[in-house]
Design a protein around this ligand. Structure first.
Ligand code: NAP
Length: 262
C-alpha cells in the first residue's frame, strides 16, 4: 500500500461524501469518487486536481444496481493503492412506514445496508492481508433513536452502527481500523431528496464542521464518533449498560418472570 493511500468514497457527488473528498485531498490523498451523478463528480474532481494536486478517478455507479455495485466491489478488492474506504452513500425516506411504498423501502435497504456490507466485505480481506487500512462507515444518531419516527432509515443505520462496532472488534486486532460516524441533522441534500425542508429542523450542523469533527475522531482511531454528542460520558454509560447485560444472556432457563405460574 502506498505511503499516502488512495481513498475511495461512495456518495462523493454531494454533501458529506464530497466534503470527505475535499478534506482527504487536502491531506494529499489521491481519490476514487463513486456516485451516480458523473458531471458533479467530474467538476469536484477537476477542482481537487487543480487546487490540491491529487489524482481523482471517477467511478459512476448506482449502488442499488447489482452489476454496477459489483464494479465498485472489484475496484476495492483489486486496487492495492486504496487504503481508506469511506462507506458513505446513503439516502432517507420521508413519510411514515405505512405511507412508504414497499419498493422504495426495498431500494433504501439495498443502498443503506446491502451495498454498505458488500463493499466492506470486498475490501476487508485485502486490508487484513496487508495488516493495514481503514473503513469509515457513515451511520446516524437515528440508529440509536427509534423515537425519531424514521423507522426504516433508522433500522438501516442501526445495521451500520452494529456492523461497524462488530468489525472494529473483529478486524481491529488484524490492523484494520473501522470507524462508525454518527451525524445528527447535517445541512446536505439528503433532506430535500426525502421531501423534508431542512430549514424546519431546530438544530442543523454545517457539513464542513461535521466532517472535520469526524476526522478528529478518525485521527484518534475512535471506533464510534458522534460529533454532536456534547457529553461523551453518556456514550460510555450506554455501552457499559449494554455490556453488563451480555454476561447474563447464557442461561439454560427462562427468567423467573417468564415461568408459567403453577
Ligand atoms: P446527500 O448530499 O444526499 O449525499 C448522498 C450521496 O449518496 C450523494 O453523493 C448521492 O449521489 C449518493 N447516492 C444516493 N443514492 C445513490 C445510489 N443509488 N448509488 C450511488 N450513490 C448514491 O446526503 P448526505 O447527508 O451527504 O448523506 C451521506 C451519508 O450521511 C448518508 O449515508 C446519510 O444517511 C448519512 N447521514 C446524513 C445526515 C444528514 O443529516 N445529512 C445525518 C446522519 C447521517 P448521486 O445522487 O450522484 O448518486
Amino acid at each position: 500500500m502506498a505511503e499516502i493511500p488512495t481513498v475511495l468514497i461512495t456518495g462523493a457527488s454531494s454533501g458529506i461524501g464530497a466534503t470527505y473528498a475535499d478534506r482527504f485531498a487536502g491531506r494529499g490523498h489521491n481519490l476514487v469518487l463513486v456516485a451516480r451523478d458523473k458531471a458533479r463528480m467530474e467538476a469536484l474532481g477537476a477542482r481537487l486536481r487543480d487546487e490540491k494536486g491529487v489524482t481523482v478517478d471517477i467511478l459512476q455507479a448506482d449502488l442499488t444496481n447489482p452489476g454496477e455495485l459489483a464494479t465498485v466491489e472489484s475496484r476495492l478488492r483489486d486496487d492495492s493503492q486504496i487504503g481508506i474506504f469511506v462507506n458513505n452513500a446513503g439516502a432517507s425516506l420521508g413519510r411514515t412506514f405505512v405511507e412508504q411504498s414497499t419498493d422504495d423501502i426495498g431500494r433504501l435497504v439495498a443502498l443503506n445496508t446491502t451495498a454498505v456490507v458488500r463493499l466492506a466485505s470486498a475490501v476487508a480481506a485485502r486490508f487484513v492481508a496487508t495488516g493495514a487500512g481503514a473503513i469509515i462507515n457513515i451511520s446516524s444518531v437515528v440508529s440509536l433513536a427509534p423515537e425519531f419516527g424514521m423507522s426504516v432509515y433508522g433500522a438501516t443505520k442501526a445495521f451500520v452502527t452494529f456492523l461497524s462496532q462488530a468489525l472494529s472488534l473483529e478486524l481491529g486486532p488484524k490492523g484494520v481500523y473501522v470507524q462508525a460516524v454518527l451525524p445528527a441533522a447535517t445541512r446536505t441534500e439528503i433532506w430535500e431528496r426525502s421531501g423534508v425542508d431542512v430549514n424546519t429542523l431546530s438544530a442543523v450542523m454545517d457539513v464542513g464542521e461535521l466532517v472535520d469533527a469526524a476526522l478528529i475522531g478518525f485521527d484518534r482511531r475512535e471506533p464510534v464518533t458522534i460529533p454532536p454528542l456534547q457529553n461523551a460520558g453518556q456514550w460510555d454509560v450506554y455501552q457499559a449498560a449494554r455490556q453488563a447485560m451480555i454476561t447474563g444472556f447464557a442461561q439454560s432457563h427462562a427468567a423467573e418472570r417468564y415461568r408459567a405460574a403453577n
